[in-house]
Design a protein around this ligand. Sequence first.
Ligand code: ARG
Length: 475
Amino acid sequence: MNSPASSESSATPSEGTHKLWGGRFASGPHPLLTAVNRSIGTDFRLWPHDVRLSRAWALALRDAGVFSAEECDAVRAGLDRVGERLAAGETPVDTDEDIHTMIDRLLHEEAGAPASRLHTGRSRNDQVATATRLWTMQACTMLDAAIGELQQSLYAQAEQLQDAVLPAYTHLQRAQPVSGAHWLLSHFWALDRDRGRLAAASLGAGVMPLGSGAIAGSAFPVSRELLRSELGFHTISQNSIDATGDRDFVAETLFTCALTAAHCSRLAEDLIVYGSSEFGFVKFGDRFSTGSSMMPQKRNPDVFELARGSGGRLLGDLVSMLATLKGLPSGYSKDLQDDKRALFNAVDMLLLVLPAMAGAIAELQFNRERMRAAVTGAMMATDLADYLVRKGASFREAHGAVGRLVRESEDANVELNELPLSQVRAAHPLFGEDVMDALSIEASLAVRNVEGGTGRDAVTQQLQHAQNRMHRSAQ
Ligand code: ARG
C-alpha cells in the first residue's frame, strides 16, 4: 500500500484520482468508507511538517542509493513548489484522503516521474507520527510564549499590589491577610510549573520515528541520523513497532494543556468571585467586559468564564486520547488518526484562552479599599495565638484561649480587636499591654517574612524570583 509505484497504478484512471493505496482491491472504496476515513479536514495543517520531512526523506533516499542526485534535487525542488502552492491557499480535492495523499498528488504535478519513488521505504505510519511530533514541538514553543505573556500580565499587576492587603481564603472562608502581590503570584507559580511540563512534553515529542516504515523498519539503508539532524529531533526511536504506535507525546501534551487550563480556570474563578458586587475587589476593564441584552447595568467577565469553561473541554480531549490508547494493540491502528483532533483542539483552545486572559488581567482595576475592608479582626486570631506562643504558652493552650476570645467577640457582636483590653488580658495570663499590636494587619504580614511568605521582604524577593523565571530561556 505504500509503494509509490502502486499508488500510481492504484489511481482509478476513469475517476482520475490520486491514491496511495488500492491496487489490491477489485473495486474502489464505498463512499461511506471514504467519508469516515477522510482526515484531511483535520490534518491539513500538518502540511509544512510533511513537506519538510519529505524533503529530508529525499536526501536520505539519495544517500541510500534510491535517488540519483538529480532526482533528489528534482523532488526537493518539487516539494518547495508544493509548499508554495499550499502556502498560497491550495485546497484539497475530494479524493485527497489526508494531507500526505494531497502532498503526494501535488508533488506528482510538480516533479513528475521521480515523485513516484519518494514513498520508497516509508509509510504514512511513520510519516504521520513524524509530522505530528514536529507540529507538537512547535505548538509547545507557542504555548510556552503564550503562558509567558500571561505570567507577564500577572507580574505587572502583582508589582502594583505589593502594599495592598486582602483576605486569603481557605474553604472560601476568610483565613488570613495577605499582600495582593502574594495572592496574584500564587497563580504565577502554577504557570511556571506548566512551562516546565511543556518543555518536558516537547522533549517527549522530540524522538524521531521516521525510518520505522509501516511497522518493521525501512528496508532501505537510510541514515536516520541524517534525518534526525535535518529535522531537529533530539534523538531517534529505538523500536519501529513502538515508534509507529506511540502517541505518549500527544497524551503528555494534552495533560500539560489540561493542567494549564485548570490553572487558568482557578485564576479565572478567583477573579470572577472577587469581581462580584459582594466582594468588589476588582473591576473588569471595559474592553474585556460584556453587557447584557436585557439588564443595562451588567458588566460580565466572559473571558474568565470562557477560560473556566475551556478547562472542561480540554480535560475531555485528554480523556478521549487516553481512552483511545488503552484499547489498542501494538503498532498503528486507524483509531490513532483522531489523536490530532484532540491535540489540535486543545492547543487551539489554549492559544485563544491564554492571550485573552493576559489581556483581561492587564486591564483589571483593583479596589484596595474594598480588599482591605474585607480583612476582619478575627482573621488575626492566629497572630494572637502566635503572640502567646512567643510568650511561652503551648500552641494548643494558646489556640484554646484565643478561640474563647473569638466566641466572646462574636457573642458581643464586635471584632476581635474591638474587645476591651481587660477582657483580652483576662483570657490568658500571658497577654500583656502590647497584645493589641498583634491584632494589626500590618503586624500579621510583617512577621511572615519566611521565604514564600507574605511579608514585605519575602514578597519583594518572590517578585525578583518570578522575574528571573520569566526571563529564563525555555528549559
Ligand atoms: N491519516 C492517517 C493518520 O492520521 C495517516 C496514517 C495512515 N496509515 C494507514 N495505515 N492507513 O493516522
